[in-house]
Design a protein around this ligand. Structure first.
Ligand code: SF4
Length: 419
């Protein structure tokens, strides 16, 4: 391990979902507050890797990264947590923290650091400094066991944070200067307050009343589990306290596949949700996850999903080529789609979704948007609208202060705000 720094240095490398990022952000802030120096480059004394194993390529990426890192910095200590730490053996690491002991990540890392590097000099709080957005983890785990998904095997049963603690944390984050709080979880729609038993919609209602300046953004939300219409109406009536943005992991629009994958809705159910979004929340940001080449997907089914995407005003999409996960039922299904075909179908979905995204972004030109400007790179600032449209503003707009602006042009997928 390198001893070139006066005080121990750490760096974080996060793979995978927003929940992973949120977990790592929390640990990073706690260690920084204790006086550890967090570097943004990967040459630190200790590298904390929070990993993903949701697909085979994700596992390969983490494995390749760890080997490369070990080769580049042989004396560096590597701590591995997350899904790959839970699933994959024999990796070049010094400390493994799988999901079942994740709650003790901090004490384990502290103990490791105290025996491997000197204690930090002095504690100092982490200011919101250059960031305007924070994550709030409201729940973890899932017990839906969709046929293709390894997540419930790794993250375990759903567990929700008490609403009271979440309300306090949200208030504190606004007081620290954060202006957008992203509500994050493994399966947000399974949220249930441990004391009173209320659901995610009621949690949102209560969060809306938290004192402080700022807005909430809902992370990925499984469709057709909650009363979607009630949730959409709540967003519409919140005066943008809840961002006008919805991201649904829809995966496919083909009914046969939805059934085979143990999804809990039909294409008609999805249409009902999306029709409600279009009526109650027009011009909102709307994105979805899609999986191309699920076992049993015919060319017609793939095309049906492409048509479905083209028929609603989606403003974004994540398209994943299906990859087999050992231990899931779908991995044993006989009718696997050939890998080359999967890639072609994924490309087709991406092309359709991208064309739809650009059409929707064009429609935003001339419409007022509420944007929170972030750090500047000199003449300009990046910012995100309530609908999660990427915007470019002149640097004269103050960082972290929500402004109403009118885009005048589109460059790539960025809306341009004039002086
Ligand atoms: S709902 Fe399905 S896809 Fe989502 S985490 Fe649970 S098992 Fe995986």
């Amino acid at each position: 391990m390198s001893a070139t720094h006066a005080s121990p240095t750490l760096a974080f490398q996060v793979f995978g979902c927003r929940l992973n990022q949120a977990e790592a952000e929390g640990w990073q802030s706690a260690l920084a507050a204790e006086g550890y120096t967090i570097l943004s480059n990967q040459s630190a004394d200790v590298l904390c890797v929070h990993s993903c194993a949701v697909t085979e390529p994700a596992v390969k990426e983490v494995t390749r990264f760890l080997k490369r890192q070990r080769h580049r910095f042989p004396k560096q200590a590597i701590i591995l947590s997350g899904c790959a730490a839970t699933l994959v053996g024999d990796l070049p690491i010094d400390l493994r923290i799988p999901h079942d002991v994740k709650a003790t990540w901090l004490p384990r890392v502290r103990a490791f650091l105290s025996t491997h590097i000197s204690a930090p000099s002095a504690g100092h709080p982490t200011p919101a400094a250059h960031r305007t957005r924070a994550s709030l983890i409201v729940q973890d785990g899932c017990d839906h066991f969709c046929a293709y998904c390894i997540v419930p095997h790794l993250r375990g049963k759903p567990v929700s944070e008490p609403a009271e603690a979440l309300l306090k944390r949200a208030e504190r984050l606004f007081a620290e200067g954060y202006r957008e709080i992203v509500l994050t979880g493994c399966h947000l729609a399974l949220y249930q307050d441990p004391t009173h038993g209320f659901d995610f919609i009621e949690l949102l209602r209560r969060l809306c009343d938290v004192p402080g300046e700022g807005r909430f953004r809902i992370g990925s939300l499984e469709p057709c589990i909650l009363d979607d219409a009630a949730l959409i109406r709540l967003i519409a009536s919140s005066g943008e306290r809840i961002c006008r943005f919805l991201h649904y992991p829809m995966q496919t629009a083909d009914d046969t596949l939805l059934r085979a994958m143990f999804r809990r809705y039909t294409q008609a159910d999805l249409r009902k949700v999306l029709d409600c979004v279009c009526t109650e929340l027009p011009h909102c940001g709307l994105s979805a996850d899609w999986i191309a080449g699920l076992p049993g997907e015919t060319a017609e089914a793939a095309e049906a999903t492409a048509h479905f995407i083209a028929s609603y005003p989606f403003t974004g999409a994540h398209v994943f080529p299906y990859s087999k996960r050992e231990g899931t039922p779908a991995a044993t299904f006989p009718n696997q789609v050939p890998p080359q075909e999967i890639l072609q179908r994924a490309k087709r979905l991406r092309d359709v979704a991208h064309a739809q995204q650009l059409r929707q972004l064009q429609l935003q030109i001339g419409r007022p948007l509420n944007v929170i400007p972030e750090q500047s790179d000199g003449a300009f600032r990046k910012g995100w609208s309530s609908e999660r449209f990427r915007c470019r503003l002149p640097a004269s707009y103050p960082r972290g202060q929500c402004v109403t602006v009118i885009p005048k042009a589109l460059e790539g997928d960025t809306l341009i705000i004039p002086n």
